[in-house]
Design a protein around this ligand. Structure first.
Ligand SMILES: [Zn+2]
Length: 394
């Protein structure tokens, strides 16, 4: 039988925690047809099947995952944290490609189907970090969709030469999107950085994903500037603001700003850092603003925490959002699964006929309980194939 005509029956499985069924998968997609005799059978033992998740914001180039414990020094802000990133890069004998592949492979075993990876672009690295993440993505292409953002972590005005490197990253196709960082608060040149970033996005027809930690009037002003440029260049649907702490403090203007983002087709991402700084996903959705969920840095110079486990991140989102009702717990998971998929331009893995057969298997009662208890991922299935079992890639 030809590879592409493979049919598999996942026997005794409970999609979304519902009643047990035999789930038929043909050519990597959920099928409404019966499996037939030639089908391969995978016994799921009554486990729950849930869509695999999208990590909408992660930094695999910075990680020390799998390396000896790294001891961090105090840091007073973004510039000093960036300096410690560069030290990790210089002093770690293991290449970015190897470290990134370890982390990204680990994410697959926990049920991640796709990620948007930010890779630092600065004269301190040239394109080496970016190329490392690209290599890791190629090695894991059978299990994971990866889009890479060329991210000027050290600033554009603050780190001369970054502009040319960003262009090189896009011209060579090594990066898929162009990033930015606090154009006013950190880089001190809002128009300069935004003109460069949006100019590159327009020239190479790539998406934009800007880190915006700035809050208060600076954050709100920067959001306005991003909305204006997105409209002018007709980039709606291809622009994301990450963290967007400007939204969490902007109580008076929240609805006006959210409506403008929704109209402009700008998405946001949150890493659910705290109840104060998590984005209000449900309120934003009312304005048509899509919110992706991500890991951010994992065990890097910025933070000893993080595990690239998106079920755990959904749990953190639920907790930071003070979820209590079942639908609130489930919604945290579905945001990371379906809103993340939309952000990544992927079809929903929702078990409907024709949907990609991308799911994870866990033991449990129901989705809200799984979000709270974080059971072991018994298996991870990608396009109808088991790609990981009990925490290991197969
Ligand atoms: Zn980030």
């Amino acid at each position: 039988m030809a590879e592409q005509n493979r049919t598999t029956i996942f026997r005794d499985v409970r999609p979304m925690g519902g009643e047990p069924v035999d789930l038929v998968v043909a050519d990597g997609r959920v099928s409404a047809e019966a499996g037939g005799d030639a089908a391969e059978v995978v016994d799921c033992g009554g486990r729950i099947a849930l869509p695999t998740l999208v990590d909408a914001h992660i930094h695999p180039d910075k990680t020390t995952w799998g390396e000896p414990w790294y001891t961090r020094r105090p840091a007073r802000g973004i510039a000093e944290l960036g300096e410690q990133d560069a030290e990790v890069f210089r002093n770690t004998p293991t290449s970015v490609a190897v470290r990134a592949e370890r982390l990204m492979g680990h994410a697959v075993t926990r049920g991640t189907r796709a990620m948007r990876a930010h890779a630092d672009i600065a004269p301190a690295y040239g394109l080496e970090g970016l190329q490392g993440v690209r290599t890791a993505a190629e090695r894991l292409a059978h299990a994971l969709d990866v889009k890479i953002v060329a991210f000027p972590q050290h600033g554009v005005r603050r780190a001369p030469g970054t502009d040319a490197l960003l262009e090189e990253a896009l011209r060579t196709g090594t990066a898929d999107l162009v990033g930015g960082i606090d154009p006013e608060g950190f880089d001190g040149d809002p128009d300069g950085q935004l003109d460069l970033v949006f100019g590159l996005a327009d020239r190479y027809r790539v998406g934009v994903d800007i880190h915006l930690h700035d809050s208060g009037p600076v954050g709100a002003r920067t959001m306005r500037a991003i909305i204006e440029r997105t409209r002018a260049l007709d980039l709606g649907g291809n622009v994301t603001v990450s963290h967007a702490f400007g939204m969490t403090g902007a109580e008076e203007d929240f609805d006006t700003l959210a409506a403008a983002l929704g109209e402009a087709g700008i998405a946001l991402t949150t890493v659910a850092p705290s109840p104060e700084r998590v984005l209000p996903v449900a309120r934003l959705r009312e304005h048509g603003v899509r919110v992706g969920v991500g890991s951010d840095g994992v065990r890097d110079s910025w933070s000893p925490f993080g595990d690239a486990d998106m079920l755990h991140r959904a749990h953190l989102l639920a907790k930071a959002s003070r979820a209590r009702l079942d639908e609130q717990l489930s919604d945290a998971f579905l945001t990371a699964a379906h809103d993340g998929a939309a952000l990544a331009g992927l079809p929903r893995a929702d078990f409907e006929a024709g949907a990609p057969a991308d799911f994870l298997l866990v033991e449990g009662e129901c989705l809200p309980q799984v979000v709270v208890d974080l059971p072991e991922r018994q298996a991870v299935v990608r396009a109808g194939r088991v790609v990981a079992r009990r925490g290991r890639l197969v």
